[in-house]
Structures are given as C-alpha cells and as structure tokens.
Design a protein around this ligand. Sequence first.
Ligand code: SF4
Ligand code: SF4
Length: 320
Amino acid sequence: MANLLWLQGGACSGNTMSFLNAEEPSACDLVTDFGINVLWHPSLGLELGENLQKMLRALTSGQLPLDIFVFEGTVVNAPNGTGEWNRFAGRPMRDWVKDLSKAANFVVAIGDCATWGGIPATAPNPSESQGLQFLKRDQGGFLGKDYKSKAGLPVINVPGCPAHPDWITQIVVAVATGRAGDLALDEFQRPKTFFTSFTQTGCTRNMHFAYKVSATEFGQRKGCLFYDLGCRGPMTHSPCNRILWNRQSSKTRAGMPCMGCTEPEFPFFDLAPGTVFKTQTVMGVPKDMPAGVDKTGYVKLTAAAKAASPRWAEEDIFVV
Ligand code: SF4
Ligand code: SF4
C-alpha cells in the first residue's frame, strides 16, 4: 500500500480533470489494482478543516508515511515571497510544499505549472510563481536544484498543459509499485519513455510536412501545420501522436497546431501578440527549426520538397 497525497497550487485544475479521465490505468484502478491509498486530493478528499490540517501535520512529522507527493500548479510566492496569495489549510501552500517535499519518498510534478511555471510564470509573473524544481529552462525552482526526495530522486516532471491522463497514472503506478528506479529521466527530469520522441512522431500529416504542403486554416484535413500555423510538433518532445487523446486523436490529427506544451519555454514568446498559432519567420525561414535541422539544410530540403510535391498532397486524402 502506497500513500499518495495530491495538492494543488496556482492551477486551473486541468491536470486534475485529466487525471480523472485516465483509462490505462484509470484513477479507480490505482486504488483497486495497484494498492494506492489516496490520502487526499482536491476533488476527491473527504477531510476538511481541522481534520485535514491534522493529517497534513502527521505527514510532515513522519507519523504518517508519505510515499508519493503529487503537486499540480505553481508554487505561488506572492506577495513579496510570503506565499500569502495562496493559503491552504491554515498557512501558505508554499510552506506545506516545502515540508511535505522533505517528508516524501517521491515527489511528482504534474503539468507545466508544477514542472516549470507554465502560464502563471509568464512575464511579468505577478504571482511570483515557480515550478517545483525549474523555472522555465532554469533548474532550481522552488525546491532548489540539489533537492532530492527521501528515495534519492529529484522531482519527477510530467509536463503538459494538461499532461495526458495516462502519462499521469502510468508514472504514478511505476512509482507506487517500486519501479521508480527504472524511470530514466532526461535533462528536464521528464521520464524518457514519454518525452524522447516528438509530437510529430506518428502525426498523420508527416507526408505533407515532407512535401512542404501547408495547412492554412484550423481543421483542414490536408497540409502540415508547421509552415504557417506555428506547429511545434517537430521540436516538441511528447508522445501525443503515439498515445492518443481519448484513444482517438491528437491536436495535429484534428488540424490544430502543437503549441509545445511539454517544453519548459511554454508558452512560447511569452504569448506576445502575433506569436500564437503563427509561424515566426525571418526572411521566410522559420525562427525555430525542427530539432537537429540547421537553417541551410532546411532551405535546401524544403526547396527540393516543394518542387517534388505530388498533386495528391494538395487533396483531401481522408475522404472515404
Ligand atoms: S502538423 Fe505538426 S506534427 Fe504534424 S507533420 Fe506538421 S509539423 Fe509535424
Ligand atoms: S500536441 Fe503539443 S501542445 Fe498539444 S498536448 Fe501534445 S505536446 Fe502539448
């Protein structure tokens, strides 16, 4: 039996909604099949008021073992580093996070806000938000770069806005069943099993990408969203086209650009007007290249690809 506590800081509850929609395994499976004891969760917890405070104090003192501490949302430090803007169970949430992270065997950050600050940490960051162990690309965050949980691991980051339901539950199960040591983490402490391939891996528009045939509107069933609509699929590490959403589809399959939400810089360009859903270019060449491609190679490749583009690439090949 592994005790799990889930708390929420500066958050929209999107990752909670995602978690509750998980299928493989589901949130119920965690309890019935994998021996996870959900001590408290913002949408599921029964304790309130003094009872909740008592339980949290028992966890921070070690009287009640804390196997997995899951945090969703940013650590809010405003105003002036006090955290008073986000009070919970009688004190600033940041103080609970500090104490619970010391007591936990494993700490899992779910979603962009908890991993690297996400949208709340976008400049000018009025809530003084931080991720647990990163602020954007910079390691450190609220807990500091040297932080390790009692089991000797740094915070396990499962990013996304929100994270896919099954990324969440599969990582929680791996940790709860003693397989955390098998989780290889990348430089941003993301499990490599999910965050090594790209959103583009498995995208149904790869042929259009290869022939430089562009989609010009959301929802079009032909064309690639990279050239005009700002798709970040070729440089975003996510399995969104391998582990489909609702077992059905993905943003790019539905004709919506990937916004790169699993990367620490999300939201890119601090959401400056004109930067969202629009490929940023200099002299017609995208500012952000597909991973591993340089600008000269890109120009040569796309010129040849466009010239070789077959007529079918301009047609809707998904019509039956
Ligand atoms: S739509 Fe995006 S993910 Fe799909 S092929 Fe084009 S750039 Fe890649
Ligand atoms: S497709 Fe891109 S923006 Fe959408 S969830 Fe996946 S990584 Fe995030």
